[in-house]
Ligand binder design. Structure first.
Ligand code: C2O
Ligand code: CU
Ligand code: CU
Length: 480
């Protein structure tokens, strides 16, 4: 079966509300797609790995003419791809060479909060560094690192502080997937920007409480990119790294592609699509098969009706690799205690009025509690009206969850694997099964970053039975 619709409720696509800025075809020459390099470990042994991640200001040649002032990790924009190996113990030095405070949030990584996880409570002050340690204990997946100082997440991510993180394990590495990084396995970070005079970004001028958008698609930091296809099959690790934009992806000729991974892992079964919609912070790994095209052909990737990237077909060897019908085993759904309370996250409002459970984020307040290691049901809802409302991408730190249902019906076909972010339609209730592995304080929020910064965020304490009221030092960014 090949799915050919976007699943989401079309009246709520962000094209329909007042502030929407459609993408435009940029009037600049095409440019080879930037492929972020792989971050070199400072040191690696059989059991441990050391990295230094350096948040730094820089200048990037994005458009012809003046360079754009940007921020990045070990790079002038975005960053190097960080490889994490399942089972290894990581030591990461977080270095801040920016003129302002930042935090390093490992989106999708199963580590303890609030300090290692790197949300708002883990500031790294300008000119200083912090060390974190964690053991990689989760399946192969495409995660990401991004800035998360509250309430400045949006502006810092907009300037460039976001980079792919790839978890590798022994299960994924045996599957017949392309995995030659940069050749047939590439990250595709989807973002949109508004370039002002002198090719500069101006976050404040473009500010919109429902999320900053720009008319220009920027992919891995490249505008009007092309990628040279030299193998029949190419694996694209899509990340919606935009502040607010949804991407509705499709290719020329309605070329079909196969999704093999979601946010937190490989899907139990591959799913074939011609169209795929992504909401902010989601990752979708797909394999595109270019059989049927010949050297010299060009295939375009679109969002809505705007071409955003060109695939230039070169000579390639025939590749008859077949994907198995079954990719990985998801553990059976653990039993949830029938008497346990159902946790709720009711997202409401738009613009400045956004809230969860009728509240705005308070860094000092714990809004919910859940015992570590216990599976619990979460009901996540969006009370926006269908017409003119928004799809809110709901994200939880500290967990990869399972999607049980959407308004009582099956989740979308690509939602049967591990997820940490899910688009919730207006008027919808999504049921999730959620477990935390480590005690700590974790944020959960809308990942339209301006909604998050605007207070559409709460925090939960995951606790050990032995120490249910452990105290964490919670920051108060406003006073810094
Ligand atoms: Cu990707 Cu709280 O964030
Ligand atoms: Cu996160
Ligand atoms: Cu939202």
């Amino acid at each position: 079966k090949v799915y050919n619709d976007y699943f989401y409720d079309e009246p709520a696509f962000n094209t329909h509300d007042g502030g929407y800025i459609p993408l435009e075809v940029p009037d600049v020459p095409e440019h080879k797609l930037n492929i972020p390099g792989i971050l070199k470990p400072d040191k690696e042994t059989d059991t441990d790995m050391w990295y230094t991640v350096d948040a730094q200001p820089g200048e990037t040649q994005i458009l012809p003419g003046e360079k754009t002032k940007t921020w990045g990790y070990n790079s002038s924009i975005l960053g190097k791809t960080i490889i994490l190996k399942e089972g290894k113990h990581m030591h990461v030095t977080l270095k801040n060479d920016l003129p302002v405070l930042t935090t390093f949030h490992w989106h999708g990584l199963n580590v303890s909060g609030p300090y290692v996880d790197g949300g708002c409570h883990a500031p790294v002050y300008p000119g200083t560094s912090n060390e974190i340690e964690f053991t990689v204990d989760q399946p192969a997946a495409t995660l990401w690192l991004h800035a998360h100082p509250c309430p400045e997440t949006s502006e810092q991510v907009y300037k460039g502080l976001a980079t792919p993180v790839v978890v590798q394990d022994d299960i994924e590495s045996k599957l017949p997937f392309p995995r030659n990084y940069g050749v047939d396995d590439i990250p595709v970070v989807l973002q949109d920007r508004h370039f002002h005079k002198g090719n500069q970004l101006n976050y404040k001028e473009d500010y919109d409480p429902d999320g900053v958008q720009g008319p220009t698609a920027m992919i891995n930091g490249t505008v009007n990119p092309y990628f040279d296809v030299t193998t029949q099959k190419v694996r694209l690790r899509f990340l919606d790294g935009s502040n607010r934009r949804e991407w509705r992806l499709h290719f020329d000729d309605d070329l079909k592609f196969t999704q093999i991974g979601s946010d937190g892992g490989i899907l139990p079964e591959p799913v074939e699509f011609t169209h795929l919609m992504m909401v902010c912070a989601e990752r979708d790994e797909v394999i595109v098969d270019f059989r049927g095209y010949k050297p010299g052909d060009e295939v375009h990737l679109y969002s809505d009706d705007v071409p955003i990237m060109t695939f230039k077909i070169h000579e390639f060897a025939p590749d008859d690799t077949k994907l198995p019908d079954h990719l990985i085993d998801m553990p059976p759904f653990a039993k949830v205690d029938k008497n346990a309370p159902v946790h709720k996250a009711a997202m409401s409002g738009m613009d400045e009025s956004v809230e969860i459970n009728g509240k705005k984020f308070d860094m000092q307040r714990i809004d919910d509690r859940q015992e570590v290691g216990k599976e619990r049901i979460w009901e996540v809802s969006n009370s926006n009206e269908m017409d003119g409302g928004m799809v809110h991408p709901y994200h939880m730190h500290g967990t990869q969850f399972r999607v049980l249902s959407r308004n009582g019906k099956d989740p979308y076909p690509n939602e049967h694997g591990w997820k940490d972010t899910i688009g919730v339609n207006p008027g919808e209730v999504v049921r999730l099964q959620v477990k935390f592995d480590f005690p700590g304080v974790y944020m959960y929020h809308c990942h339209i970053t301006e909604h998050e910064d605007g207070g559409m965020m709460l925090q939960i304490q995951a606790y050990d039975k032995q120490d249910p009221h452990k105290k964490y030092k919670l920051m108060n960014m406003d006073t810094l």
